[in-house]
Design a protein around this ligand. Structure first.
Ligand code: ARG
Length: 701
């Protein structure tokens, strides 16, 4: 019977047209009524009738009799199976009556049959039946599994719908074309965890036909993916002349920048280290053959960088056997070495293992440090004792230009180039090397002790190297070198007519033993003239404090012809009879009568005279022409005369020799009554009284 032909599941609002044929097949809706003909009138006799109720597939029929008054029976059938057979009257106790209990058809069809007996006028109340029916949705999902062994209706999720059901799959699975079963979804999966598990759809069951699966493992850069295939591996391969070939089924492993590889066969590839953070897998199955599939665990490892190697004269830390992505290494140089990179020094060095497996910076180099040229030493020099080019641990030694200079502290200083790039002495006390002038030690000694200025002898070169010649206007004086910029002289040499001469008015010559030499020798520049503040000699009768200092503009470099005289020390004394030496370019005698300014530097030795004798020698002399004797003076000479300094020698030195042979400045030629006369002496400024003044002037200027 062609009853109903609608497909279920079109829309949520489908009007079900239900047709029920009563013999002649009267169409009915999803609910309705059926009743015996002419009901509630008497039904015709000998009626044999059949009703077919049909609702759409996926629905059941719920049938309820509302009235039954039939002598014979009503049979309710579903596909030949009798669901119930009724007769009688609902109000009578006898017979079989369905009551108001609904009858539920197992399917979408129901058949009602009545077989009425002969007409019986007594029982004209037997008026037939009426019933109502409804289409009821079947919950297919809760139906028991079919017994044919085809498995559950839906392999994962069953959704009941009006008149039907739908199968659905869990996340990560997709519904196969049978719309019942689910398989592992195999397209578009991106695996970004650091480890994971992949397998062919349905694994360990054979892979379905016609697959084209793609899996992407993409972890952060700096990590590499390793694939570890499980032993149970099978992808159909085709035997060709060249051997097995992944012709129709394959698993392709695609690693960037490398040739893709196709895997198939029955042997697990085992472990594949891809050395890449991105791996694509493509699983291809055509619609024939069988592959039992594959499964793999993937894991990741941090990218490694090459072991950095060694740095000569340096240390790479930490020292490991393997270095991974994001590891740092540091380089430090040994003591005395510095970090160099691209030709420039760097203060520190570190480099990181990058995600590409390379160090972000190449290793630096360690170069030996150097201390630079050692500072030059004035009046001295420096020798290399060991080492090379002022490099670390080189040793230099300072020396002074002997015999004119000697090292401060007495010893030559050695310095080592230390790790801090400083030249350092290896003593605890760091000595800055310095060279001090050697005073009072001429290169040549005067041998004859009995020569004189008056009637004196020419001084050989280098015997009186401290001697200065000072010309002021037309007058001549002398002086003595006491330091590299200082000339000690008499005040009356630089004060003329009560006026201190300007520096420009002074012409100072050193290293000269013959006045003729000064023609070629330019005079030295003078910057200042310091006269003792208490010197006051308007009438040439007061030579007290007859002392002055001349400061030179440029320091003198001492040598054999020019050397300083020592200043008096604490131990130096003026002992009567002590033989001193006085020198100068002053008046000399030739024969007994004729006296003239000498061109040659002369000297004479005269003894120190007891101060009382000096005083006595002046007694009885006309006071208008006799200067006053003070304790800032001493006199020297012999009672018989003949040996003396004289005019033009003023300012020159009267020297004594200390025990160690050093010449020291004992006196300054100052004044006398005549020159070399019997019973008179030469008078000298007593330098020992002025050491403090001298040092103060030199220190402060
Ligand atoms: N006042 C003299 C001069 O200006 C020095 C005299 C030294 N006389 C002597 N008898 N020592 O050069």
């Amino acid at each position: 019977m062609d009853i109903f032909n609608a497909r279920i599941g079109w829309t949520s609002f489908i009007i079900w047209f239900l047709h029920v044929l009563v013999c002649e097949c009267v169409p009915l809706l999803d609910s309705g009524q059926i009743h015996s003909p002419q009901c509630p009138q008497l039904y015709p006799v000998n009626l044999q009738k059949q009703w077919e109720i049909s609702v759409p597939d996926g629905f059941q029929i719920n049938l309820t009799f509302t009235h039954v008054d039939i002598k014979s029976s009503i049979t309710v059938l579903h596909d030949e199976k009798v669901l119930g057979k009724f007769c009688g009257n609902e109000n009578s106790a006898d017979g079989r009556h369905p009551g108001y209990q609904p009858i539920l058809s197992p399917g979408s069809r129901l058949t009602l049959k009545i077989q009425l007996s002969d007409y019986n006028p007594d029982r004209n109340q037997n008026v037939g039946f009426s019933a109502q029916y409804q289409a009821i949705d079947i919950d297919e999902c809760s139906a028991p599994e079919p017994e044919d062994g085809s498995g559950p209706l839906c392999s994962q999720i069953c959704l009941n719908t009006l008149g039907s059901y739908l199968c659905a799959c869990h996340h990560g699975y997709e519904l196969r074309s049978d719309e019942r079963t689910c398989i592992l979804s195999c397209v578009g999966g991106v695996f970004d965890e650091l480890e994971g598990h992949l397998m062919s759809p349905g694994y360990p069951n054979p892979s379905p036909d016609a697959l084209s699966c793609q899996y992407i493992i993409s972890v952060e850069s700096g990590f590499t993916v390793s694939l570890n295939f499980s032993d149970k591996f099978h992808i159909e391969s085709v035997d060709t002349e060249e051997g097995p070939n992944c012709l129709y089924h394959w698993l392709e492993v695609i690693i960037p920048d490398r040739n893709p590889m196709k895997l198939c066969g029955g042997t697990s590839p085992g472990l594949i280290n891809t050395n890449s953070n991105i791996v694509k897998l493509g699983y291809n199955i055509d619609n024939q053959g069988q592959s039992n599939g594959w499964s793999l665990e993937y894991s990741t490892h941090r990218v490694t960088c090459p072991v950095p190697g060694e740095v000569a004269k340096g240390r790479v830390t930490p020292s490991l056997t393997e270095y991974f992505y994001r590891d740092y290494i540091f380089v430090r140089c040994d003591e005395g070495y510095k970090l160099m990179m691209n030709g420039a020094e760097i203060m520190g060095f570190s480099t990181m293992c990058q995600s590409n497996g390379e160090w972000h910076l190449p290793l630096p180099e360690c170069h030996i440090i150097d201390c630079g040229e050692p500072d030059p030493l004035l009046n001295g020099g420096v020798n290399f004792l060991s080492g090379f080019q002022n490099q670390y641990l080189s040793v230099v030694q300072y020396h002074c230009n002997e015999p004119f200079y000697s090292p401060y502290g007495g010893n030559n200083v050695s310095l080592t180039c230390e790790a801090d790039r400083q030249w350092r002495s290896n003593h605890d006390v760091i000595l800055r090397p310095a060279c001090l002038p050697v005073c009072g030690r001429p290169m040549k000694q005067i041998e004859n002790h009995f020569q004189r200025i008056i009637g004196g002898n020419d001084a050989a070169e280098h015997t009186i190297p401290w001697q200065a010649l000072i010309n002021v206007g037309s007058s001549r004086g002398g002086g003595m070198i006491i330091a590299d910029r200082w000339i000690l002289t008499a005040a009356h040499v630089v004060v003329l007519n009560g006026q201190v001469q300007t520096p420009e008015a002074l012409f100072v010559y050193l290293g000269v033993t013959d006045v003729h030499q000064i023609i070629e020798n330019l005079s030295l520049n003078v910057t200042a003239v310091h006269v003792h503040s208490e010197y006051n000699n308007p009438n040439n009768l007061n030579f007290d404090h007859d002392i002055a200092l001349i400061k030179l503009k440029d320091p003198i470099t001492f040598q054999a012809a020019i050397m300083p005289l020592c200043l008096p020390s604490e131990d130096d004394t003026y002992d009567t009879g002590m033989m001193g030496m006085v020198s100068g370019f002053g008046i000399t005698d030739k024969g007994n009568q004729r006296r003239f300014l000498t061109n040659k530097l002369k000297y004479v030795h005269v003894p120190v005279v007891e101060q009382k004798k000096c005083s006595i020698s002046l007694k009885g002399k006309p006071s208008s022409r006799t200067p006053r004797l003070t304790n800032n003076m001493f006199c020297a000479g012999t009672p018989e005369g003949g040996k003396d300094s004289c005019n033009g020698d003023s300012g020159s030195g009267f020297t004594l020799q200390s025990e160690n042979g050093r010449f020291w400045a004992a006196g300054i030629v100052s004044w006398g009554l005549g020159c070399g006369q019997k019973g008179t002496y030469g008078f000298y400024t007593k330098v020992a009284n002025y050491v403090d003044w001298i040092n103060k002037i030199m220190r402060e200027n």
